[in-house]
Each structure stands twice: as structure tokens, then as C-alpha cells.
Design a protein around this ligand. Sequence first.
Ligand SMILES: *Cc1c(COP(=O)(O)O)cnc(C)c1O
Length: 387
Amino acid sequence: MKNIPFNKPYMTGKELFYIAEAHFNHMLAGDGPFTKKCHEWLEAKTGAKKALLTHSCTAALEMAAILADIQSGDEVIMPSYTFVSTANAFALRGGVPIFVDIRPDTLNIDETRIEAAITSRTKAIVPVHYAGVACEMDAIMDIAQRHNLLVIEDAAQAIMSTYKGKPLGSIGHMGAYSFHETKNIISGEGGALLVNDDRFIERAEIIREKGTNRSQFFRGQVDKYTWIDIGSSYLPGEVIAAFLWAQMEEASTITDCRLNIWKQYHAALESLEAAGSIRRPIIPQYCQHNAHMYYVLLDSLATRTRVIDGLKQQGINAVFHYVPLHLAPAGKRYARTHGDMVNTEDLSNRLLRLPLWVGMNSVENIVTELTGVVINKTITQVIRLGR
Ligand SMILES: *Cc1c(COP(=O)(O)O)cnc(C)c1O
């Protein structure tokens, strides 16, 4: 029986070549030539005023929390249906994540619930572009402007995606990308902060360089560098940047390839949805996504458990996520909810993610097996039925 992994990191073949170049040139610390190439690529691709590589998306979100000047007790509105780092980066500064429910269609933050959650302590809104599909950014930016709040996009999954033609991560005041090996464009661990508001650029460079003005020093703007603010070491070394550069060069090919697999799933699962057995992802027509993920919604938690087991028996690794953050131990301690979490709790129990990686030759086998378990028949029975 062939084993189909849930994820398999794709490598272009040039990674080692660029790493060797960094090695030969003895350029190993951060902000060398490969980092510069990656910054330029990100700025050209997104229109961000400043792009800065970090060692993870988590680090980029932590930088954003510092730049947003989150103080103890400041509130940050975000979905509960997300990865821990979305909340943790703000909790780390003493901020309080305020969770609101998600929309049932895109599983993104329900923008109609944001305004009611705003208080005098609210500092920022953090939309998470789930599966690389945009949140309702026009509505969110409008709310933020009227209440004088910052918008920090958790675009961890959303590189190469757009909302009404605008690259995700470039719409809010800041945006954060992830290059973790489970994402579309990878460097093992890695990330980037996009700064879209001039006010934050200088401080962003300082925070990333241990609270020093070292970047200005290297540009010859100051004749010595020193400690001038809080900060940490958020920059990756050149070996990581060299790897990432190989990926960036192929970003369009990688995205096209993922979209092709995504579309295969979507077409092949149409009849199962029509039969009422599953729900497929819903993509608003003004959102161009990046095929970060293909998921289906099943009718219950029990079905999902049965389907995961059934697929596993056929060597197919399908997974679920997230445990809603408001139900997690640290979520209860460091965060609060505003309003009910009906969609978050319901959908997170029923969501199933299917394998999607560059190099998968076909989804046919997976769809056949999925169809088999969903309609509660073994594959042999399906074959006997003449499929
Ligand atoms: C992957 C992910 C992160 C964290 O990214 P790292 O690069 O691993 O720190 C944050 N938020 C979301 C929504 C993610 O999917």
C-alpha cells in the first residue's frame, strides 16, 4: 500500500547551490546579499514599503506587537480559529487577545462582529487569512480607520494571494508571512514582516537588530551603532535566506502547481457536495487564493474521526486543526471571547485537511477513498457498485 503523506516540502533544486554560494563567500550572518534579494522580491511582489525577513512568522508577529506598542491590558481583536502564534505574540507583551467568531463560508474572522468587541482598550485587529483566502479587508480597514486601530494581517498562509487585486499582507499597517516547511514558499523555519506604514519602518529595523541602529550604521547613516530601543534578534542568517531565495524564484510555478491540484480536488468532489455529504471551500470571487490548503467540511466530529481512520487504513494521511484558542488552557488564561463562538466550535470539529503538495501526481485515488469512507462503504464495495 502506497503511503501518501499529508505534506511534503518541495525543493526547487537550487537551494544547495545558493547555500554553497553563501558558504564560499563567507557571508553567513543576517542581512547579506541573499536577504537583500528576498527583501527586494517581497517589496516588488507586494508593494510593501519595507519587507524584513525574520526567523519565523511568529517572530514577525512579535515585532508587530512591539511596533503596535501593545501594553499590559491592551486588547487585540482576532479569531479563535487560528494558530497559537496569532494570539501568543500579543499575550507576550501583556496584551489580551479578544476572540470573535468566524464566518461559516471562508472560516475567516466575521468582520460584522468586530465593531461590537471594540473598547477603549482596543489597539489592533488581527485578521488571519485562513487557507490563503482573504478576510473582508475593506470592511476591516474601514472599522480600523473609524476607531483609530492598527490592522496587522496574519498572512502566514497567504503569500501570492490577493484581495481585489491587492497582495495579502500589504493591506493592513503590517503583515506577517511564514516560510515554515508546511507553507507554500519555505525555508524550513522562516518568516517576514511587511511594513506598509512609513511610521513603523525605522523602528522595525531597530527592533529586529537587538534594539540597535545597526542597519543605519551599515548604510552609513550614523558613524557608530548603539542600543536605542527594546528589541531582539529577529533576523535569519544567510543560509536560510539563500534557501528562501531559491524558493522565491519559483514562487509562481509553485503556486500554479498547487492551484492545479486544488482545482482537481474541487472538481472531483463536486458530486459529493451535491449529494450533501461534504462542503467544499468557498472562495469569494474577488479573492485570488494560493492553494495553501484543500479542506472539506464533514457532517460531524464522529464522521471526521471515522474518515481520518478510514483514509489512514488506505495509507492516506489527512489531518485536522485547530483546537479553538479560547478552549485551550493558555487561551482561557490570557484571552477573552466576545460573543458566542458557535461557528468556531462547530466548524473546527468538522474540518478535514487533505494532502496537498507539489509533486503529488493525482488526487483521484484520494478522492475515491474519501468518497468511499464518507458514504460509509469500503472501497471494494464501491468497486462492486460499478464505480
Ligand atoms: C504557520 C502559521 C503561523 C506561524 O508561522 P511560523 O513561521 O511557524 O512562526 C502563524 N499564523 C498562522 C495562521 C499560521 O498558519
